[in-house]
Design a protein around this ligand. Sequence first.
Ligand code: ZN
Length: 161
Amino acid sequence: MADRLKGHPWKVTSVGDEIDSNCPRCKEETIHRVVAMVEGKVHKVICTRCNSQHRYRPSLAAMRKKVVLPTERQARVLQKIASARDSRTLKPLKEWQDLKERVGEVKPLHYDPSASYSENQAVSHPNFGLGFVRQLIDSSKMEVVFEHEVKILVMNRAKSE
Ligand SMILES: [Zn+2]
């Protein structure tokens, strides 16, 4: 039984099988014997070297093999997130569209941290594009709705001469 399973520790399916596992006491990969299964997966093992019983920790080789699939999937997910962040593929914020309609085709002011703004003012920002002032937070900060994100921007900043 154990021979068949060599190199495929995650395919072990029954109590009594031998399996490579990281032993917390030996602090290395040792041969273990399966003592308990939960839902078809190895749950508890006993180290054949030190006889300590502990939860199954897959051998490093097995973990590396196992990790391949989720990592590829993760990479795809991350790629999706990255492309979704790309403003060319991301849908504009609903609020931004509404504001754009409400405020109309006014010429936006170029964003300048030392200038002062009022609510619903259209602002054009070098990085975020066209935005609308949602609200003034205090005399030096305002919340601006851009096409893809809401930002807090500085205003009324004293000009350094
Ligand atoms: Zn051990």
